[in-house]
Design a protein. Sequence first.
Length: 413
Amino acid sequence: MKLAEKLKIPLTSNFEELVTKDGIDLIINVTGARGVTERIRKLIGNKIEIMESGGAKLLWNLVEEKRKMELEARDRYLEQQTLYKIGLMLSSSERREEALGIIIDSAINLSNAAAGSLALFEEVSGEMVMAYSKGFSSNFSKIKRWKLQTGGMTSYILNSKTPVVIPDITKTTFKINPTVVKEGIKSFIAIPLAAESNIVGILYVNDFKPRPFNKNQVSIVSLLAAQATFAIVNILLFEKTEAMAITDELTKIYNHRYFVKSLNDELKRANRYQMNLSLIMIDVDYFKTYNDSHGHLMGNDILKEVARILKNGIRDIDILARYGGEEFVIILPQTENKNAAAIAERIRMAVEDFKFYKGETQPAGKVTISLGIAMFPDDGGTMAELIDKADKSLYQAKKEGRNKVCLYKHTSK
């Protein structure tokens, strides 16, 4: 009846009234009642063909099948259109957060799921890193990384070549992360993301009730996963290239180029909000002497170790960079020179106490550093002035015997 309404075929509750209408070419009796056909014959005779029983069912099934095929074809077309639009959005996304948001939103919508997440595989640590999640509680969203467990679900998914569908996690034999159970996740689709032979990560769509994801949902999310893999690989490559452009190759901290940009940005911010900013310039004492005695390779090891100590001695908001040669710089936003001096002194002592290879051959019997500090706006209102004042403070520290911290115009040990 619904199909007839849709196709604008006349309907009536009285078949006798219907069969006597003009323009009828075929009558299909799907009632299964022989008496209905006989009553129709009395009304119309043999001028209109009547199909019933097996033939009627066959024709009806053919019509139904065609209708289903048309609906499926329409759904596939809409899905392909959706994937095409998603592909366009991903191709224009250069930032990880934006692209991952598009992927997860799309996966949730296409599968009609309640939540979704994407975890990336970190090859160096061998851990999974949660890159993006949506639809979970704040406690679940705090998960940052987890180790792979032998016999665990994550390991199984990564080693799988096809999507893993779990309709009910309470009925699986795999080890399930207790946090997943506590969150109330009951079912999911998990698709391993791989580019050639390299593992990229896993795309999940989750629900908080047991549900048998149908083959169409699994198929469309799998197609999305293929797009996601390509997009993620490109973004990671872009990030790596971008990081290389601002990273010192030897010490793996920021380079001079990034320092200049950062100092300029931080000075603008400090000026706008009327805040202090301190700059520390650092030089490895008698570095040329060490290089001449032990060679450039050993000298490079000294610089890498000093960079590591400096990085461990600063805050998350501070910016450490290699200024050039054996010189380093630290930008300390929202910091007065006295507080900067306390940080600098702590770093100086850490370097002095560290047992560098052949450090006892240095003039002071150990590897040390000298540090000079200048503060915005008191010591300089521009980038050039601040660098100049910090450099003069560093020169003063060296003049006073090295292994010292000097504020501009003031000296302290």
